[in-house]
Design a protein around this ligand. Structure first.
Ligand code: MG
Ligand code: ZN
Length: 376
């Protein structure tokens, strides 16, 4: 009896030591197989509004079967549904990307209870990073708005413009000047207010963007139009250059903490709504050029994660039989958005997080992980 007890105790002690050893061996082996990806210092999030797989395909064929997206090491797919509908819009889809929250169609940076949810840009700013946005729409349009504003509906353009004064965003480039200086809902002149806050503010009428050398110590705001900028095919050519300028500006502005930059190809969506193939292809080629500039910065920098995705697909776009590389026969099934899965492309430190198949809200979480803000 006595010996039996002794033996049992001895066995149990040995057993637990053995188990602990086995466990530590297994754990070390697991972490050895899957080391944590290196952290990103900077993030460039590029959103092709309305850009589905067929849009990417058409842009590539029309560009001699080449796209900068081929240089991305990681691809994924995201489910872009809204909280209240299968088919989302740029407000709900954008809030998912920017804030990690599933919300209703039309919502700008608010949840289903219309309560504000903080965006990754706002958190980056609070954590001392430099932040910026570049778009080919007005800067108050849904896609940029979800990163900076918290309003119930996407058409509150003047409220969205006023939200820029509540942040310390370092750079923004886009249209929509009239929502800042010719307001209907109040008499504020937000351009004067921005200047008082220490921003350098200019616009397309005063001087071309490429003639401006922004001062590193001032924040930078540039309006490319009073309302919406023209299509690329009608002379708009600033997106690639502005994207390039923004990366270097924010890099200089960021000190030790890095930067977050959102770049939008806004009019891919508008071409889809208009069922206009030439419009669509020229917007895709313009956006691809901007992607090329961002990639070049990231390649040189080595600490920048570049993510390219969309908020939803627009037009039910297809490349039909009879198409050749140099002459596409395309069709649209609708002039609205569709529920198609959306591609995700990632390059740089933390790109590994974007492998696979996930919800649109996961892109927010993955960006936080890549920055080291959240445990895996
Ligand atoms: Mg948009
Ligand atoms: Zn749309």
């Amino acid at each position: 009896m006595f010996w039996f007890k002794m033996n049992t105790r001895y066995d149990m002690a040995f057993h637990s030591i053995f188990l602990a050893f086995l466990l530590s061996f297994l754990l070390s082996d697991t972490t050895g197989e899957m080391p944590a990806p290196p952290k990103a210092r900077n993030i460039i999030l590029m959103i092709g509004d309305g850009m589905g797989i067929s849009q990417v395909s058409a842009g590539m064929y029309a560009n001699g079967n080449k796209t900068n997206l081929e240089k991305f090491s990681v691809t994924g797919l995201q489910k872009a549904t809204a909280s209240d509908r299968l088919i989302t819009d740029s407000a709900s889809g954008g809030t998912a990307l920017a804030c990690g929250v599933k919300t209703y169609v039309g919502a700008i940076g608010v949840n289903t209870d219309t309560m504000p949810v903080i965006s990754i840009l706002e958190e980056a700013e609070a954590r001392g990073m430099a932040t910026g946005m570049v778009t080919t729409s007005s800067i108050t349009h849904a896609t940029p708005a979800v990163f900076i504003a918290h309003v119930k509906l996407r058409n509150q353009f003047e409220d969205i413009a006023a939200s820029f004064l509540k942040t310390e965003i370092d750079l923004f480039i886009g249209g929509g000047k009239k929502y800042f200086n010719r307001r209907i809902t109040d008499n504020r002149n937000l351009i004067h207010e921005l200047e008082k806050k220490g921003y350098f503010v200019s616009d397309y009428r005063q001087q071309p963007l490429d003639e401006i050398v922004p001062l590193a110590q001032k924040n930078f705001a540039y309006f490319t139009a009073d309302a919406e900028p023209p299509p690329a095919s009608k002379g708009r050519d600033y997106l690639p250059r502005a994207s390039n300028m923004a990366t270097y500006f924010l890099d200089r502005h960021s000190g030790k903490d890095g930067f977050f930059l959102m770049i939008e190809g806004a009019q891919i969506d508008w071409a889809g709504h208009e069922n206009d193939n030439d419009y669509l292809v020229s917007e895709m080629i313009d956006f691809d050029e901007a992607i090329g500039r961002a990639l070049k910065f990231a390649e040189r920098d080595g600490q920048t994660l570049v993510i390219v995705t969309a908020d939803h697909e627009t037009g039910g776009y297809a490349i039909n039989p009879g198409s050749r590389m140099d002459s596409l026969i395309t069709a649209f099934t609708t002039d609205k958005h569709t529920a198609a899965l959306i591609p995700v492309f990632a390059y740089g430190p933390g790109a590994e997080y974007f492998h696979g198949f996930y919800d649109n809200t996961a892109i927010y979480t993955k960006m936080r992980q890549a920055l080291g803000w959240e445990e895996r």
